[in-house]
Design a protein around this ligand. Structure first.
Ligand code: SF4
Length: 390
């Protein structure tokens, strides 16, 4: 055993089956194999389980078709113990590959482009009476910002026309922080009536004006965090105020129109229940450079075409890709024999040509070839009876 080819630490088994001096027990070999494989593992996620098994004694000598390679120089079968290794990956510790692909709706770019086309006239109420149009352009910067905030506070649960009229009266009265604080509640109520929840809004206007004077030097806060702490100001108003008053994009202003349309178009990974939930879901995939336009684009679209009740799907350019098309529309299931709707593009062209009536009006009055609203069989029978009796 003085041969240089034998070294300590190796397991050597003699032909007689005795372990030679200096050889290690089987447990040491297992340990060594385990350690070496662990060392060679590609990373912590690929934990190796090494199982060393004692080899069974081969019986192939007895087998007639057995291996004939055994010679006297090789160990006997009972002595030819081979160490077998079984390498298994521990399933619990396997780390799934990092997902780099970001979810986005299938047709959103095309749908957004078509909404732009439908909004090209910029003739929705929000285009002329939204918060961007309600402040005094001649006023000092901090007063303009205050007026933007006031118009946003008044616009909640209120039509743009009503908000714009209230803002006109307030501005004529003097819509500044000091003036609001010096106006009694009754007068203020009369000025903003009939905006929705006008009594609460009188209280909020007073409290907010006091906070602005005492804590912000008469200006409005320049952060979403600061704005949402003001009484009567929620996340939608805060993001819109940041955009309109401070010219900063902090998030998407999601109101009831944006919330509804995003859900109808399938622009959310899963349906959402509140505007705030919708905002977060939209901001996950919508490119930031489109956040600013999203509010006015979808609000106007919601005011003119994708109405809360009975959306005008038959004139909507997205009717072929929208998963909600005709589900809530009065022309959902045209009866057999009724004329088919003209192509949406041609219908929309009727609207955009100067001098023609709007597609919205066409749909409502059945002018311009839109499909007439189906009449129920009961109503048809009643009409026939009336004719006969008449
Ligand atoms: S097809 Fe109908 S539901 Fe869909 S976006 Fe257009 S108007 Fe709205």
């Amino acid at each position: 055993m003085n041969s240089p080819y034998f070294s300590h630490g190796r397991s050597v088994v003699t032909r007689s089956g005795q372990r030679a001096a200096g050889s290690r027990p089987a447990g040491s070999m297992r340990s060594k194999l385990t350690n070496s494989l662990r060392t060679a593992a590609p990373g912590p996620s690929a934990a190796l389980k090494v199982e060393a098994e004692e080899a069974r004694v081969s019986e192939h000598r007895a087998s007639p078709g057995g291996c004939h390679e055994h010679t006297d120089n090789l160990p006997l079968p009972s002595q030819s113990r081979r160490r077998q290794m079984k390498v298994e990956y521990d399933k619990d510790e396997v780390v799934s590959p990092v997902k780099t692909e970001q979810w986005e709706p299938l047709d959103w770019r095309k749908q957004l482009g078509l909404i732009h086309e439908m909004r090209s006239g910029r003739d929705a109420p929000v285009d002329n009476m939204g918060a961007e149009k309600c402040y005094d352009t001649e006023a000092p910067a901090h007063v303009k910002r205050f007026q933007v905030l006031v118009s946003l506070m008044l616009s909640s649960q209120t039509k743009d026309q009503v908000t714009a009229a209230a803002m006109q009266k307030l501005r004529a009265h003097g819509c500044t922080v000091e003036n609001i604080l010096n106006t009694d509640d009754e007068t203020l109520g009369k000025l903003i009536y009939p905006v929705g929840f006008w009594r609460n809004k009188v209280k909020y206007l007073k409290l907010t004006s006091a906070m602005l004077r005492n804590e912000f030097g008469g200006d409005i806060p320049n952060s979403v965090e600061g704005l949402v702490h003001l009484p009567g100001v929620g996340p939608k108003m805060a993001h819109l105020a940041m955009s309109i008053a401070w010219d900063q994009v902090s998030g998407i202003g999601v109101d009831t129109h944006v919330h509804r349309i995003s859900n109808r178009l399938g622009w959310l990974r899963k349906p959402t229940k509140s505007p705030e939930e919708t905002r977060k879901a939209l901001e996950e995939w919508l490119p930031r450079e489109l956040w600013r336009e999203t509010n006015w684009l979808l609000v106007g679209f919601g005011q003119q075409v994708c109405l809360p009740v009975n959306p005008l799907c038959s004139v909507c350019l997205n009717q072929h890709s929208c998963p909600s098309a005709h589900k809530n529309s009065p022309t959902k299931r045209p009866k057999a024999g009724l004329p088919r709707s003209p192509s949406p593009v041609s219908t929309w062209k009727i609207k955009t040509e100067p001098g023609n009536k709007s597609a919205v009006k066409d749909e409502m009055t059945n002018e311009g070839g839109a499909v007439p609203t189906p009449v129920s069989p009961t109503k048809q029978r009643r009409r026939r009876k009336t004719k006969v009796n008449g």
